[in-house]
Design a protein around this ligand. Structure first.
Ligand code: AMP
Length: 374
């Protein structure tokens, strides 16, 4: 008789859990997600425990899995505490404590020898005077916790702006970052098994729109030494933080080629979605493998590829603007990925991957694809 299928529990049931489950199934892995939303995207391809993340019965079921992973960083601490010592949670509480809090994250990055934007921690009103000058006079005020996709952050260029931004964000603990004049944004994922084996993903170039990722491209147009440096930094973070599982680093690449880390996501990342269709192992398969201790090597697309996000956009009349799906399907090399979510302005609803035989063709078709997606 064959061994029972390995089981993977996921805290969260959104689109990342949906795509993790879709990558796990062909490996013979069964997935269970704990997610309160009855309409969660992952419910369609995994066993869905519809309950709060701290639900004792739900956590009991996750504790019976071979390993647990997560698709968002703000997992309630009591949920992690209930699983501790019963089932490996990867990434574990040590990595999450760093990555869910911007100030702790930056301090932990610097401790691992990784550069970040200049920053000042603002805990109370009396910390505001002089803070902007310390980061270079132009900055972004970001809440220390619960910010994502440009939410919970305000651009500031004067002390008056800073005071207004502090009030706008609710007078909660914040990090004031200096505005980085980057040449491009890049990202790279790193996976590490419980036995300390490290595997690295591809370096990807990212373009944001209104703080939300719009496009990712592989390979990036970065200077030649950049990839080796990004890999070195990712390895330093994975080892320095004792990573088990997968995390993604978002970088700012400066004009001289230097890399600063903007943010760390303790999971697969929107910029890695293009690995689903570029050939070879995807970031989702890499996370499943790293978490369950299955064999894992570096992963990267075999062909040039790109991704364009489908985000809810409204026209001047407030009505949804839809992508031209027929034209997208007619464009060679596209693959559509939808998340089964109801339309809402600013919401990530899906993405379209594009693969091409060479970089020139990729760029040409990417221009066409972008014109089809509002
Ligand atoms: P975040 O939510 O911190 O990942 O920020 C979203 C996007 O805002 C980033 O990908 C950048 O495009 C931009 N951004 C964030 N922080 C900075 C910064 N310190 N300097 C310049 N741009 C930034």
């Amino acid at each position: 008789m064959s061994a029972p299928a390995p089981t993977l529990g996921i805290l969260g049931g959104g689109q990342l859990a949906q795509m993790l489950a879709l990558a796990a199934l062909p490996l013979g892995v069964r997935v269970t997600v704990l997610e309160p939303d009855p309409a969660a995207p992952a419910r369609l391809c995994a066993e869905h425990l519809q309950a709060p993340y701290t639900d004792p019965a739900g956590l009991e079921r996750l504790a019976a899995c071979d390993a647990v992973t997560l698709e968002f960083e703000n997992v309630p601490l009591p949920a992690l505490a209930a699983l501790e010592g019963r089932v490996p949670v990867r990434p574990g509480p040590g990595v999450l404590a760093r990555s869910k809090h911007r100030a702790h994250e930056k301090e932990a990055l610097r401790a691992a020898g990784v550069g970040t934007a200049p920053f000042v921690v603002l805990e109370q009103e009396s910390d505001l005077p002089g803070a902007l000058a310390q980061v270079g006079g132009q900055g972004l005020l970001k809440t220390s916790e619960l910010g994502y996709d440009g939410k919970g952050q305000v651009r500031v260029s004067s002390d008056a702006d800073l005071r207004a931004a502090w009030a706008e964000l609710g007078r909660v603990p914040c990090v004031l970052e200096g505005l980085v004049a980057f040449e491009r944004e890049l990202s790279l994922a790193v996976a590490r098994t419980a036995t300390g084996e490290v595997a690295l993903g591809p370096l990807v170039e990212n373009v944001h729109r209104h703080g939300i990722l719009r496009t990712s491209v592989f390979p990036p147009a970065a200077p030649p030494a950049t990839e080796a440096r990004a890999r070195e930094l990712a390895r330093a973070v994975a080892e320095g933080w004792g990573l088990e599982g997968l995390l993604t680093l978002e970088f700012f690449q400066l004009a001289g080629g230097e890399l600063l880390v903007n943010e760390v996501a303790p999971r697969v990342h929107n910029s890695g979605h293009l690995t689903q269709d570029g050939g070879g192992v995807s970031q989702f398969e890499a996370q499943v493998r790293a978490v369950l201790g299955l064999p894992l090597r570096d992963w990267a697309p075999l062909l040039p590829c790109a991704m364009v996000n489908v985000v809810g956009v409204a026209g001047p009349d407030g009505q949804p603007l839809h992508p031209d799906w027929a034209a997208i399907d007619a464009l060679a090399g596209t693959r559509v990925h939808l998340y089964h979510k109801a339309w809402r302005a600013g919401r990530k609803l899906g993405h379209v991957n594009l693969v091409a035989p060479d970089e020139a063709t990729l760029q040409e078709r990417l221009v066409q694809l972008e014109a089809l997606i509002p």
